[in-house]
Design a protein around this ligand. Structure first.
Ligand SMILES: *Cc1c(COP(=O)(O)O)cnc(C)c1O
Length: 380
């Protein structure tokens, strides 16, 4: 059985993303206890319980359970842009944001919105000054300019925290400018675990926030949007319009609820310290790289390490190939950690770093490929 076994699923050796975390046996047990009523009718207690719980810990009126982080983001943005008094309108976002680059054009498809991509001037995350400089405001704008209706932020942004004072500064400025705020909190659990504020503090800086249950929290499927009753009413209508209303949703919601409780805790701050396991591993990987003379593209603050491969003189594809030869998976230049990475995988990653920085590729031989089976019983 693969439940609760990151060695069997391969997750223990996978540095590509924290979306591959393996769900636990307790989640499987929670599924067996789920109510099996209809959530399109709004009658499923397990789903309602999860929605109410998430709304409460985020200090919001309501929440909507959805199938993926992408769906949560796009429904949030469609709901918020639908509340704009001028249409067509625009969504301002970090030019490297997930909503802009990895959601299959959902913004144009579902919101009919223009994208105003902005490069963060500090190289890490958007700040109020970036937004003030690039947002298009006011009724007296030339006709050819599209007004900014929504600002979309990511927290964490590529593994970096947006400091709470920055979020509050953005919230203050956008509120007086009449702009709504979406926070893509696919990794907001990591932001909280790393001291970036409580879930309530962060959600209070948004009109709609996305949370994912299927990344570091480790549920099989699911995400949520939190916000006011009005925003969530719009999200649920839009969710139904794209076929995202599901019947026995409790099967998924029960696992997601268990994942939150066992990996984060019952409240708005992290008390389980499971997510920090991934952060400590990231700090270790960061040290392994810099101790060998490697440089980083971004500071390591949560569960991601960004390798400066240009400085190391090696191409990303070459590094990913080197990693597979050592028995680990890597989507260079980003190394993503999570609490299910095992010690053997870190040893192998250290060897990959040696190969890269010592130019020792030739030293990789068949004998090294056995590392994957040490200590962690493989049944792939
Ligand atoms: C993974 C991710 C998403 C999308 O989540 P899926 O559940 O994979 O659709 C959205 N935003 C960010 C920042 C992510 O990392």
């Amino acid at each position: 059985m693969s439940w609760g076994d990151p060695c069997r699923t391969g997750t223990a050796f996978d540095f590509r993303t924290d979306a591959i975390t393996t769900p636990s046996i307790r989640q499987l047990a929670a599924i067996t206890r789920a109510t099996l009523n209809d959530d399109v009718f709004g009658e499923d207690a397990s789903t309602t319980l999860l929605e109410q719980h998430v709304a409460t810990i985020c200090g919001c009126d309501a929440a909507a359970f959805v199938m993926s982080g992408t769906m949560a983001n796009q429904l949030s943005l469609a709901a918020l842009t639908s509340m704009s008094r001028s249409r067509p309108c625009a969504v301002l976002a970090d030019s490297s944001a997930h909503v802009v680059n990895f959601e299959a054009g959902g913004l144009s498809n579902l919101s009919g919105a223009a994208v105003q991509p902005v490069q963060p001037s500090n190289g890490l995350y958007l700040r109020a000054e970036d937004i003030e400089k690039h947002a298009k405001l006011g009724d007296n704008m030339p006709w050819e300019v599209c007004p900014t209706a929504v600002v979309s932020l990511e927290n964490t942004a590529h593994g970096n925290l947006i400091p709470l004072r920055e979020l509050r500064g953005i919230r203050d400025w956008t509120a007086q400018a009449g702009i709504l705020v979406h926070i893509d909190g696919a990794r907001v659990w990591d932001a909280v675990a790393a001291g970036g504020g409580s879930l309530r503090d962060i959600a209070a800086c948004s009109d709609a926030m996305t949370l994912s249950f299927a990344k570091g929290i480790g549920a099989p499927i699911g995400a949520a949007v939190v916000g006011s009753s009005e925003v969530i009413r719009r999200v649920k209508r839009l969710r139904q319009s794209i076929g995202g209303g599901v019947r026995k949703a409790g099967v998924l919601a029960a696992a997601a609820m268990e994942a939150v409780l066992e990996n984060f805790g019952p409240g708005d701050v992290d008390v389980c310290r499971v997510i920090q396991g991934g952060h400590s591993a990231a700090a270790e990987v960061s040290n392994m790289w810099t101790a060998r003379g490697g440089k980083l593209l971004r500071p390591t603050e949560t569960n991601m390490v960004w390798l400066d491969l240009a400085a190391a003189g090696v191409a990303a594809e070459t590094v990913s190939d080197m990693a597979s030869r050592r028995g680990v998976l890597l989507a260079a230049p980003r190394v993503v950690l999570h609490h299910q990475i095992c010690a053997d995988a870190l040893v192998s990653l250290g060897q990959v770093f040696d190969d890269i920085l010592a130019g020792g590729v030739a030293a990789v031989d068949a004998a090294d490929l056995g590392v994957r089976s040490k200590g962690c019983v493989q049944a792939m």
